[in-house]
Design a protein around this ligand. Sequence first.
Ligand SMILES: [Zn+2]
Ligand SMILES: [Zn+2]
Length: 139
Amino acid sequence: MNCPRDGAALADAKINECRLGKCPACHGLWLDSGVMEDLFKLPGAKVESCVQVLPGTEDGAPPHMTGYMRCPRCIDGRLQGITYTLANSIRIYRCENCLGLWMDETELDAILREEKWLKSAYSPDHLRQHLGRRVRPHA
Ligand SMILES: [Zn+2]
Ligand SMILES: [Zn+2]
């Protein structure tokens, strides 16, 4: 697999048991379809620093770049920019063919951070606590 940004061979990497591809040049990440859902289940919101590159996978085919961003998985897959919107909009890329996701450095953490924040801000428990709290104590 090659980086859609710069053509460098993506290293096989993992976060816990989630497998992904990491570009050694620009540090972007490739997530196959469904991997993001698994990452949402991890307890922490800072996972980019936990990416482990598996040994011996960093070399590969020489770079070949074309005019558009190419899916590292699919020969003819073209990556489309999409806006991943939670509280802020984060622009990532998705292959319309295999639904894999490409994100540049720091974007995965940003998405996970927002996902955790939204869950804690809008969880039923939080709402219940919030609604059950008195604004000011009764005299
Ligand atoms: Zn790259
Ligand atoms: Zn694809």
